[in-house]
Design a protein around this ligand. Structure first.
Ligand SMILES: [Zn+2]
Length: 437
């Protein structure tokens, strides 16, 4: 494979020889694109703990003179990149993976970017005992953009699964074929567009427990009986959230139990760490972890903040809905307990930082501060709204918000509009007071 380097740019198409001057003259202006679909084939190497990937990105170029396609930075080695068969230049910087076009594209006309890569993702992929699974940082194991959560696209994942192992990924399994040596290639496809941070997969020697129609639990570190015990409430949780959302669970749902402290929602499944589930094993009232990750299937996954500074809408509502589940199952005291916890965390931050932050914010001094606002103050905002509007109007507002925005990306204005529609009141003062708009 021919490779040449020039400044930060590298020619990665096999057999292509570009003059060094043209490499250095590679353009830097970013071309806006709208990604419509990703198709990613992943072959994990369990011994070397590496992956090899082939990815096709279908996208529509925007208008403008930009000739660089920009994606999140990662540690992958890109072996080749082409658009509609034309070779491209690839440049990795700490800020971005930049792919330069060598000829202009027609605005609005769909094109396909094909990339082959391999390597060790710096984050986002974890090899454990008899298993590998993804962790939030999707654009560390594939080429995508993590920082535009409001942009949603379809995903197809083709996983090379070693003999004796099974797989799980975003969407539903649509086909399977044999590979040499007893391995198989399993194709998973999501039928709704989702934000890139919600794509994920897992491959492993999994035990399986059926929990209900379309509801499953998997694990390489727990047997069927333990899975059934830990996730027995999943069907009841689904029924509760469906009732509050007024929108059915989007497709099937799998809870993947892994070692460690994972707590990650993905489209159509969640990854939960044994550490987090031990609290529930010791005391059944502590069922917040499976409830939280399941609630994200509606609030966060189906409806997603348009930008990270509105993540409080996803996390605050999910923490609140988890408390609402506990109220439904265990009584008002369990709800109040969750709100007390949220208030202690928010108060703790205010004391420590000597100030408060608006809900819609993005310049936190620490991850702890971010969580205290997005998760804790966010949940307390919904609690305050419920007190202000009363139960019937509040829940009608949540249902209206969920039904109107399923599949969309939102800001605080969308939530405000739905709550005002349900209540017939101007809620500007409340939303402004909390920094929600
Ligand atoms: Zn969450």
């Amino acid at each position: 494979m021919a490779k040449a380097r020039g400044g930060p740019w590298m020619i990665v198409a096999a057999g292509l020889a570009l003059a060094a001057t043209s490499v250095r003259a590679a353009p830097n202006e970013v071309l806006p694109i709208e990604v419509t679909a990703y198709e990613v084939s992943i072959t994990p190497d369990f011994q070397a703990r590496t992956i090899a990937g082939e990815e096709r990105i279908r996208f529509r170029p925007g208008a403008g003179s930009g000739q660089v396609l920009r994606f999140s930075p990662n540690a992958l080695q890109i072996d080749s990149a082409t658009v509609d068969g034309w070779p491209l230049l690839v440049g990795h910087t700490p800020e971005a993976t930049r792919i330069a076009l060598t000829r202009p594209l027609t605005p609005g006309r769909e094109a396909t970017l094909t990339i082959r890569y391999h390597g060790v993702p710096a984050r986002g992929l974890k090899f454990g005992k008899d298993a590998v699974w993804t962790e939030y940082f999707t654009c560390d194991w594939m080429i995508c953009e993590l920082d535009r959560p409001g942009e949603k696209a379809l995903i197809t994942l083709k996983l090379a699964v070693p003999q004796g192992m099974t797989s799980l990924a975003s969407g539903a399994q649509v086909s399977q074929k044999g590979l040499p040596g007893g391995a198989k290639l399993v194709t998973w496809r999501e039928t709704r567009p989702y934000s890139a941070y919600l794509y994920g997969f897992a491959i492993g020697r999994f035990e399986r427990a059926k929990l209900g129609k379309g509801l499953t639990a998997l694990s390489a570190v727990a047997d069927e009986a333990r899975l059934k015990r830990l996730f027995a409430q999943t069907p009841a949780m689904v029924a509760f959230f469906e009732d509050r959302a007024g929108v059915p669970l989007p497709g099937r749902y799998t809870s993947l139990l892994v070692e460690g402290d994972a707590a990650q929602e993905a489209s159509s499944f969640s990854i939960l760490g044994l550490e987090g589930m031990k609290a529930q094993e010791a005391d059944p009232h502590e069922d917040w972890l499976p409830a939280h990750e399941l609630a994200h299937q509606w609030w966060g996954n189906l409806i997603t903040c348009r930008a990270w500074n509105d993540l409080w809408i996803d996390e605050g509502l999910t923490v609140f809905m988890t408390a609402a589940w506990k109220e439904h199952r265990w009584g008002r005291g369990a709800f109040d307990h969750e709100m007390d916890l949220a208030k202690r965390r928010w108060d703790g931050l205010k004391k420590e930082a000597g100030r408060d932050y608006p809900l819609a914010w993005d310049a936190y001094p620490s991850l702890r501060a971010r969580r205290a606002i997005e998760y804790s103050k966010g949940a307390l905002f919904f609690d305050a709204l419920r007190r202000e509007l009363g139960d019937a109007v509040f829940w009608a507002g949540i249902k209206g918000y969920t039904q109107a925005n399923a599949g969309r990306a939102v800001t605080g204005q969308d939530l405000k509009a739905a709550m005002e529609k349900a209540s017939g009141r101007d809620l500007s003062a409340t939303f402004r007071q909390w920094g929600a708009v």
